[in-house]
Design a protein around this ligand. Structure first.
Ligand SMILES: [Fe+2]
Length: 291
């Protein structure tokens, strides 16, 4: 059964290891699809990758005979590696990210002292998407919304009545994303959350992560109305100043994500591994006392 282009079908696949949700958005069996925020499994103890998570996405796509046109990232994730190149090889599609990724590349090229050939123009990705830009996913239409704060390059994707919010809002009982990574900005995140919450009340919002408190089951879909009424960090009535104070205090207590060092080095390359060294192995670096 096909949905309406104004109310597309959204399938979320939750990755327990990184609390990340990968989405497939489409308009029914046999139609075009986009994959948003895929996960390449990575074991930091052994440095080995696996594709169990991405293979679940592939199974879903094949079961519904979907034609993947886009493999989208909401930002350069710090908590998981992207499976975009693997999915592109298996399913096709173009890898897209917000055009401000170039700013993130510049910061991390410096921090990791990357090879001189590492390009700062975003050309590792197939498409750099601008704020307000619209692009088709078959009969669906997607629109890019810049939502900086967690990183300077964060975007959300609006497809019909569904918005994939990236790391901005979390479920109402969890709140919002942290803003203390390089280039993060709590004031900017507040503005981005207001931008999302100014959409029509019944807009479906799909979270990039869920960290369920109090043993509640994992959930990753909510609405603008629900967030405005109940989000513990940004419900209606919370001022920018109060939010920034809360966010800064809370961020000061958070540890770095386990996978931030490998994740960032790989995700700013559109999910590709760093160039192999002379012995045929690719490495990621650990900067000492730099982050
Ligand atoms: Fe993130």
């Amino acid at each position: 059964m096909n949905a309406s282009p104004l109310k597309p079908q959204v399938h979320g696949i939750f990755d327990k290891a990184t609390w990340t949700v990968t989405y497939v958005v489409h308009n029914g069996s046999g139609t075009a699809a986009a994959i948003i925020d895929s996960v390449l499994d990575y074991d930091p103890k052994s440095g080995r990758t696996r594709t169990d998570s991405a293979d679940k996405v592939i199974d879903y796509v094949k079961t519904l005979d979907l034609k993947v046109q886009w493999i989208l990232e909401t930002h350069a994730h710090a908590d998981h590696l992207s499976a975009a190149p693997y999915l592109k090889k298996k399913l096709g599609g173009k890898i897209g990210i917000g055009d401000q990724i170039t700013r993130v590349q510049k910061v991390f090229k410096g921090i990791f002292n990357l090879e001189p050939e590492f390009r700062l123009d975003g050309s590792q990705f197939d498409a750099l998407l601008k704020d307000g830009e619209a692009f088709p996913i078959g009969e669906l239409s997607a629109k890019v919304m810049a939502v900086p704060g967690h990183t300077p390059a964060c975007v959300a994707y609006q497809v019909g009545d569904a918005v994939f919010v990236g790391d901005t809002l979390f479920m109402p009982d969890v709140g919002t994303a942290r803003c203390d990574f390089p280039g993060g900005d709590a004031r900017a995140l507040y503005a981005s959350t207001r931008k999302l919450l100014s959409l029509p009340p019944q807009t479906r919002l799909f979270m990039c992560h869920d960290y369920p408190p109090n043993n509640r089951p994992v959930a990753f879909e909510t609405t603008v109305a629900e967030q405005r009424a109940r989000n513990i960090h940004v419900h209606d009535g919370i001022s920018e100043a109060a939010f920034v104070e809360m966010r800064s205090q809370r961020d000061a207590t958070l540890e770095m994500p386990v996978l931030i060092l490998p994740a960032v080095q790989i995700n700013i390359r559109a999910g590709e591994m760093p160039p192999k060294e002379a012995n045929g192995t690719a490495y990621v670096k650990i900067p000492i006392n730099a982050l």
